[in-house]
Design a protein around this ligand. Structure first.
Ligand SMILES: Nc1ncnc2c1ncn2[C@@H]1O[C@H](COP(=O)(O)OP(=O)(O)OP(=O)(O)O)[C@@H](O)[C@H]1O
Length: 264
């Protein structure tokens, strides 16, 4: 059930690199148990925003509260703890090539130091990895001992999703979850994301260029343009938005207020 207080609350967040003002006064609330999708063109600041929320980059000004606490005011140890409590599915799946699939999935369970959770044995970690692999539609008996390079891109993405959810994180980030997948595999991954996240009750933030994906996985969608959040609304309203920037971007139109810089 959707709850009514922000799990993540961002106020007046700005970040520049020299004269490049990448984030300009961002305000955003992500309610607990909901899925928030950020769309926007190349270079609009999506990754920088994500890195700030993850605590991997310090903004110039503004606050990011998680569960009501400004993450930049937490002692380093607590900041690191918060980071460990989050799940992340990277664009390229970012699996460890030298570890078998099951250990990739169980990585946080075997190596993390989550608060109030004892380290678990390899046998128990493997059981948990097997269960999560089945949850994302992979046969743990067949692929658990294989290495990432032996799987297709779609299977690697499923493994990445399994790893992101294995420790039942309260917050999960998805960075371009469907990039590089064919449209059907993209839809399958999106549906798995929605199913898994619903089961866990996690709060999620995703960044994507894929409008179909944004609508499938998002409750709320926001568009970043030149570092500003220029539109925010229900995912169902996205394609009908009359905001000319959103309309041009979501419909992939050449003509409109967004002028592509051909030289970067
Ligand atoms: N560490 C950094 N140092 C200097 N500039 C940076 C740094 N990280 C990002 N930028 C700049 O910030 C701007 C936004 O980059 P960002 O990676 O957030 O874009 P994006 O919206 O994620 O783009 P894409 O969709 O292409 O991944 C770019 O102009 C980029 O050059």
């Amino acid at each position: 059930m959707t709850k009514t207080y922000p799990k993540i609350r961002i106020r007046n967040l700005s970040k520049s690199f020299g004269s490049n003002h990448v984030l300009r006064n961002i305000n955003m609330d992500v309610m607990e148990g909901t899925s928030f999708v950020i769309i926007g063109g190349s270079g609009s600041g999506k990754s920088v925003l994500l890195r700030c929320i993850l605590g991997l980059m310090t903004p110039d000004s503004g606050t990011i509260e998680i569960d009501g606490k400004n993450i930049f005011e937490l002692p380093y140890s607590e900041q690191a703890e918060k980071l460990q409590e989050m799940g992340m599915l990277f664009q390229n799946s970012a699996l460890f090539d030298s570890l078998p699939i099951w250990e990739n999935v169980a990585f946080a369970l075997l190596n993390g130091h989550r608060k109030n959770q004892p380290r678990i044995s390899r046998a128990r970690a493997r059981e948990r990895a097997n269960r999560v692999l089945e949850l994302v539609g992979l046969d743990a008996d067949n692929i658990g001992d294989l290495y990432p390079s032996e799987l297709s891109g779609g299977m690697q993405k499923r493994v990445g999703l399994a790893r992101a959810i294995a420790s039942k994180p309260e917050i999960i980030f998805f960075d371009e979850p469907t990039t590089g997948l064919d449209p059907i595999m993209g839809a399958i991954i999106d549906n798995l994301i929605v199913d898994c996240v619903k089961k866990l009750g996690s709060t999620t933030i995703a960044i994507t260029h894929d409008m179909a994906s944004a609508q499938r996985i998002g409750d709320q969608v926001a568009m970043l343009y030149k570092g500003e959040l220029i539109w925010q609304g229900e995912a169902g309203e996205l394609m009908q938005s009359e905001n000319p920037y959103v309309h041009q971007f979501t419909h992939g139109l050449y003509a409109g207020p967004i002028k592509m810089e051909m030289k970067v």
